[in-house]
Design a protein. Sequence first.
Length: 253
Amino acid sequence: MGVAARGTQQRWFVAVGVAVVVMTAFVALVNVAPAPVLLISPLNNQPGRPTVKIARPDETDALLKEESELRDLRPLFLPTDRNVALPDPRLEPGRTMLDSEGLKRPGSDPEVQLGAELPPVATIGGKPAGDAGAIDAFDAEAASAGLLGFGRKAREPVPFRPRGGFIEVTAWADGRRLQAEDLPVEARPPNERPWSPLELIAVIDRAGLASPLVVTEGSRVEEVDLHFKNFLTSSYRIGERLPPGIYRIVVAP
């Protein structure tokens, strides 16, 4: 036991000695650095303020001039000598091709006489073209219809038969026109207001109208729409005149 205790004490002595040597070396190393020196300058001895100079591109510094031209944004907003644009057109003095064109007919007579060159058959109001005046163009024979050989010919006016309207019925499925005829005078609306053609839809089955007539395009007069809906249903009986199906009915004045 005595030998073990002496070995432990020797190890502690060695450790303490190494620690003391390390601390002594560290303190010596720290004390070697010189102490900082503070320089206090007098207030009256202040140096002058630094000056800033702007370099201007000129012929002496070619690199600065090229860089300033490369970074110049003025051509994007203001017209300069570096903008890409065509020069303004200028009219150069000289003659044109129209200067050699004569607008006057050669001859002593300043007025052009076209009637003298026409054949005798060309007449205006029964007079030769050279002797006719402006009033001869309004002759009664000249006012009649010309170019009859192109299909224009006199037609006798046919008196318009009085009617209450015109009805046209087409099938909704294939667009075939099934009926187009005049309505009797009794179908005329009671009022005298002008009205436009109206369009109705009719659904017809074996028993007649399956539902009331539906106005899809009115005549711009409500009384006229109501009148023809009642007339086609009650008096004209459109449901008994057509086979079952859906139909488009147009009633015009």
